[in-house]
Ligand binder design. Structure first.
Ligand code: PEP
Ligand code: MG
Length: 568
């Protein structure tokens, strides 16, 4: 029996046989070809490349159903397949030095990987995982090996790997994976996001994992404590199985809250809305369990293809969502790209600080036609439901006024063309501290607001939300976060205007009582969190929530706030 330690990133426990997943391709030997064979190897490389691009496109399309923002990873991987330098180097090695095709692929990627792995900048070194993933795909295709990742596991197992990338988990079935354990990865890694979205217990960042386990060995995982026990003794096995049973029962009990409405124990209605990022049926099926779409991230339309989505295509997509939600509001956020979300075919200038750069509404102001087309499509669709338009990355009243002008222009164009549309509410994301501080003034100019706590926290704490190195500085329980959120909620409540939260803090069951205590009555979140948040709300009274909020506002550090919220 041996105990290993890592970071528990998705709760739960499990006992089962380990399935060691590695990239499983044959590493080619250093080998050379005979004169006259060059063209055949070159042609083979081109054909493998083409198949890899098709495969990545397939994975991307299937991933779009789960998470459109993550689907962009596969566009980035397609770019790697097409990388100019790599595609000069591989043919040159085959033609000039008679390297065999497979060896040339392996070795040219290895050279790039060595450079990336040795870069101190974590943003660059993280890219190595994508290059590694692409090389594995190319070589698997080269050798005619399966490229299906974890989509065909025959029985429930504990998946162990160095790290899991989206291509490994596309098509993964929740009931075939008891837990995930990996060597690499932290709270913000791809693996963590995937585990959380599937609700699979996961322990990541376990040093020496793959040297400590054998294929098929029995392991016990406790993701609450971040521990993995190899070859557990019977009593340990029993203890972990009990834990897993308790976890599964609790999960079932929580799931029972899905169909209930959001209401506190003292009877106050709390609106529970849905964050979606596509018009996919899978996402829309939560319609009956929610009061509205609180955030429609529209980036999917722009990331799905290699060109800007035409007005008509957008119109049909929005219409489908509006019709599905009928009289329930659908809050459509206008295009929010830049920062972490790049669209390969749009020409972004390189920026030193993209999160402080041309993102969200700023990008749309510098590309007015893109925004105008989107607003026209949205307004045309407005007659099919209850549309609200939400503007991202708003910093000042100038931003609000400029955006409203464009909305008006789009409306005037439609009127001239004799196309009908409804009056729509216009609102803003509160995710930049500047606008949060003047939320009272903003509330005079808009109909509603939605708190984007993900960005608000990164800007308040000056910590890039994507950068693992500064993860400990990104403190969503920082006292300033709650104070500023209070300012925004009070301002909109005082003005009698709707305010909600659509960032991750709103689905954190520890933070929910504080937010309700601060006066928030509307939450929007991903489908996976709805049941748990409804359950938390059902055990609260407004009076208790207000006491909690008051106490939190008096605490000096994020750590003390989190500890206090864990105990109540
Ligand atoms: C946010 O910033 O909290 C938010 C909801 O928007 P996104 O995560 O898409 O930036
Ligand atoms: Mg945001």
């Amino acid at each position: 029996m041996m105990m290993l330690h890592g970071k528990g990133v998705a709760p739960g426990a499990a006992v089962g046989h380990v399935f060691i997943y590695n990239k499983n391709y044959d590493i080619p030997a250093e080998s050379f070809i005979l004169s006259g064979q060059e063209q055949a190897h070159l042609n083979r490389y081109f054909s493998v490349k083409k198949q890899a691009l098709e495969e990545l496109e397939k994975i991307k399309v299937s991933m779009l159903k789960v998470d459109s923002a993550k689907a962009a990873i596969f566009d980035a991987q397609k770019e790697i397949v097409e990388d100019i330098i790599i595609n000069e180097e591989i043919p040159a090695r085959i033609l000039n030095e008679r390297w065999s095709g497979a060896w040339a692929v392996y070795q040219v990627y290895e050279t790039v990987l060595n450079v990336l792995r040795n870069t101190p900048d974590p943003l660059i070194s993280e890219r190595a995982a994508d290059f590694d993933d692409v090389r594995a795909l190319l070589l698997k295709i080269w050798y005619g090996q399966k490229t299906e990742g974890l989509s065909n596991l025959p029985e429930p197992v504990i998946v162990a790997a160095r790290e899991l990338l989206p291509s490994d988990t596309a098509g993964l079935k929740r009931d075939k994976v008891l837990a995930i354990i990996t060597e690499a990865g932290g709270i913000t890694s791809h693996t963590a996001i995937i585990a959380k979205s599937f609700g699979i217990p996961a322990v990541l960042g376990i040093e020496g994992l793959l040297n400590s386990i054998k294929q098929g060995q029995l392991v016990a995982v406790n993701a609450e404590e971040g521990t993995v026990i190899v070859d557990p003794k019977d009593d340990v096995k029993k203890e972990f199985l009990e834990k897993s049973g308790v976890f599964n029962r609790e999960r079932q009990e929580t799931e029972g809250f899905l169909e209930k409405e959001g209401r506190t124990a003292c009877g106050t209605k709390i609106e529970i809305s849905l964050n979606i990022s596509s018009s996919n049926d899978e996402e829309l099926k939560m319609q009956s369990f929610t009061d509205s779409v609180g955030l429609l991230r529209t980036e999917f339309l722009y990331m799905e293809h290699n060109k800007l989505p035409p007005e008509d295509e957008q119109f049909y997509s929005y219409k489908k969502i509006l019709e599905c939600f009928n009289e329930k509001p659908v809050v459509l956020r206008t295009l929010d790209i830049g920062g972490d979300k790049q669209v390969p075919y749009l020409d972004f200038k390189r920026e030193d600080n993209p999160f402080l750069g041309n993102r969200g509404i700023r990008f749309c102001f510098s590309n007015r036609d893109i925004l105008k087309t989107q607003i026209r499509a949205a307004l045309r669709a407005s007659v099919y439901g209850n549309l609200w338009i939400l503007l991202p990355m708003i910093t000042s009243l100038d931003d609000i006024r400029n955006a409203k002008k464009i909305i008006k222009e789009a409306g005037n164009e439609l009127k001239k063309e004799g196309i009908k549309f409804n009056d729509v509410k216009t609102g803003i994301m509160i995710e930049v501290p500047g606008i949060a501080h003047i939320a009272d003034l903003a509330a005079q100019e808009v109909d509603f607001a939605s708190i984007g706590s993900n960005d608000l926290c990164q800007y308040l704490c000056a910590a890039d939300r994507m950068n693992e190195t500064v993860e400990s500085y990104y403190q969503c329980y920082h006292p300033a976060v709650f104070r500023l959120i209070k300012t925004a909620i009070s301002a909109f409540n005082d003005a009698g205007k709707s305010i909600s939260i659509c960032g991750e803090l709103g689905n954190d069951v520890k933070a929910v009582p504080v937010l309700i205590g601060l006066g928030l009555r509307k939450f929007s979140m991903g489908a996976a969190s709805i049941a748990a948040v409804k359950k938390t709300i059902s055990g609260l009274t407004i009076e208790k929530a207000q006491e909690t909020a008051l106490h939190v506002l008096g605490l000096p550090t994020a750590e003390e706030i989190e500890k206090y919220l864990e105990l109540i």
